[in-house]
Structures are given as structure tokens and as C-alpha cells.
Design a protein around this ligand. Structure first.
Ligand code: NAP
Length: 240
């Protein structure tokens, strides 16, 4: 039977590339994000079968209603991928920016993941995937709120994984941790290395999902950076 996937945050970047990848792999796909014209554009490029809804994860009630509409249009759901996220904190410490990061990357993410847990619990099975970051492993001076929001995402996913295991629910939870991916989010940054394209990231993410991985670094060598970040004593780490 045709598998059905929803990508939240699929209007640009990694999420948009994931929509394309899932479609190419034969999935029936639903996609949500705030910029509806970009979703219409994607539908006209891919297929009229693409289910689209305007979704702002920071507005829980309307976001969950839109999710219900997507599921209804797809006729069910097997995988949900939450790619929605904001950054933009780089270098600054503006409260408005940090609050926006918390609203989207923490509250918004939790609203969707919580919905997915209940949906898949009732249905009996399902796969939850969210895009965290390599920065989840340690706080970062360039982006204290963003790195903390990604630590939240990874911990939430880990908690869910432990919970569904204990509850013996056949549910899979995958934590995706990219390094640098060439998207709108990092446009103009000069300090990047090992940058990968959204298309390659989407292929690697799809592979990790198929392999039912708990956690995947994108690309794989970012695991080494994460390992070093974790290992470095605080007195050295704070000098970086
Ligand atoms: N690029 C990197 O180097 C990198 C590295 C590590 C992790 N990540 C993570 O990867 C994910 C995707 O980011 P990206 O790099 O692909 O950047 P992007 O091109 O800016 O994509 C972000 C996506 O999130 C959506 N989004 C933002 N706010 C939203 C909201 N309130 N409600 C619903 N959707 C919202 C955007 O759609 P609308 O604006 O249309 O709503 C867009 O589709 C993010 O979680 C990001 O933190 C990126």
C-alpha cells in the first residue's frame, strides 16, 4: 500500500527537498508551512496529489486543525517529519528573536510531536522524525537560544523513544542532526564548513528513516564534531 508522509516546514530548504525525495520514492505527501504560495509552487512542480496546508506551528490550534485536514486528505499517515525551524540569532542577543526561536523550535515543535504521539498511539504504529542539529549537543555562543532549542528537540525525541519502548508501542522516533546545509537559514554566513546541499541532506535523511535509525548526523562526519564538542572540557570549550 502507498505510504503517506507529512512534512511540516516543507516550503523551503531541507523540508522542501524532503518533500521532493519522498514524492520521488513513491510516497503520498502532505506538506505544511506558513508561506502558502511556495507550497502551491511545489504542488505545481510535483503533482496535484500533493496535499498542502498553511501551517504556523507557533499557533497550536490552527496548526493541529491543518494537520487533521492533511491526514484526512492523505487518508491516513505513516511518517511525520518536522523540519520547521527558525534561527537568525547569529551574533545578536535580541529578546524578540530568541522568543521567536522558542515559540517555533520549542513550543511549536512540541505541539506537533505531542499530536503525532497521540495520533500514532491510537493508530498503533507510526514514525516520528524531527530535525534537530549538531548544536543540540552543547550550548553555542553565537546562538544560545537556538542551540538550547535543539537540545530540547533532541531530548524530547529521546524521551519519546524511551516512552514508546516502555509502552511497547510499535512507533519509531528519529532524531536528525545536520551540520551545515546550504539553505535560507544560513544564507550569508561566512564561517561554514562541510556544507552540504538540501538535496543531499534529504537523501541521507530518507536513508536514515528507511534504516529506522534513532539518530543520524547529516552528513555522517558531523558525528565526529559532535563527539569532540561533547568531549572538550568546559575550560577549553568556553574559549572557542
Ligand atoms: N541549514 C542548516 O545548516 C541547518 C543545520 C542544522 C539544523 N537545521 C534545521 O533544519 C530545519 C530546516 O531548516 P532549513 O535549513 O531547511 O532552513 P529554511 O530553508 O529556512 O527552512 C525552514 C522551514 O521551516 C518553516 N517554518 C519556519 N517557521 C515556521 C512556523 N512558524 N510554522 C511552520 N513552518 C515554519 C519554513 O517555512 P515558512 O517560512 O513558509 O513557514 C521553512 O519551510 C530547521 O529546523 C533548522 O533548524 C538547519
Amino acid at each position: 500500500m502507498e505510504k503517506r508522509a507529512i512534512v511540516i516546514g516543507g516550503s523551503s530548504g531541507i523540508g522542501r527537498a524532503l518533500v521532493r525525495e519522498l514524492h520521488a520514492q513513491g510516497y503520498r505527501v502532505g506538506v505544511g508551512a506558513r508561506r502558502y504560495p511556495l507550497l502551491e509552487d511545489l504542488r505545481s512542480q510535483l503533482s496535484e496529489d500533493l496535499a498542502i496546508q498553511q501551517v504556523d506551528v507557533a499557533d497550536r490550534n490552527t496548526a493541529l486543525q491543518a494537520l487533521d485536514r492533511l491526514v484526512a486528505e492523505l487518508g491516513g499517515l505513516d511518517i511525520i517529519i518536522v523540519a520547521a525551524g527558525v534561527g537568525g540569532e547569529h551574533g545578536g542577543m535580541q529578546w524578540e528573536n530568541q522568543q521567536h526561536i522558542i515559540d517555533v523550535n520549542v513550543s511549536g515543535l512540541t505541539a506537533i510531536l505531542n499530536w503525532a504521539y497521540h495520533y500514532f498511539s491510537e493508530r498503533g504504529r507510526g514514525h516520528i522524525v524531527a530535525i534537530s542539529s549538531v548544536l543540540a549537543v552543547r550550548g553555542n555562543r553565537h546562538s544560545p537560544a537556538y542551540s538550547a532549542s535543539k537540545a530540547f528537540a533532541s531530548h524530547y525525541l529521546q524521551g519519546l523513544r524511551q516512552r514508546v519502548h516502555r509502552e511497547k508501542k510499535p512507533m519509531l522516533i528519529t532524531d536528525i542532526r545536520p551540520g551545515f546545509v546550504d539553505t535560507e537559514m544560513v544564507q550569508g554566513r561566512k564561517d561554514m564548513f562541510w556544507v552540504t546541499s538540501p538535496e543531499k541532506a534529504a537523501k541521507l535523511i530518507f536513508h536514515a528513516v528507511q534504516k529506522q535509525k534513532s539518530c543520524a548526523y547529516i552528513t555522517g562526519r558531523w558525528r565526529l564534531v559532535a563527539w569532540l564538542m561533547r568531549l572538550l572540557p568546559e575550560r577549553l570549550y568556553k574559549r572557542l
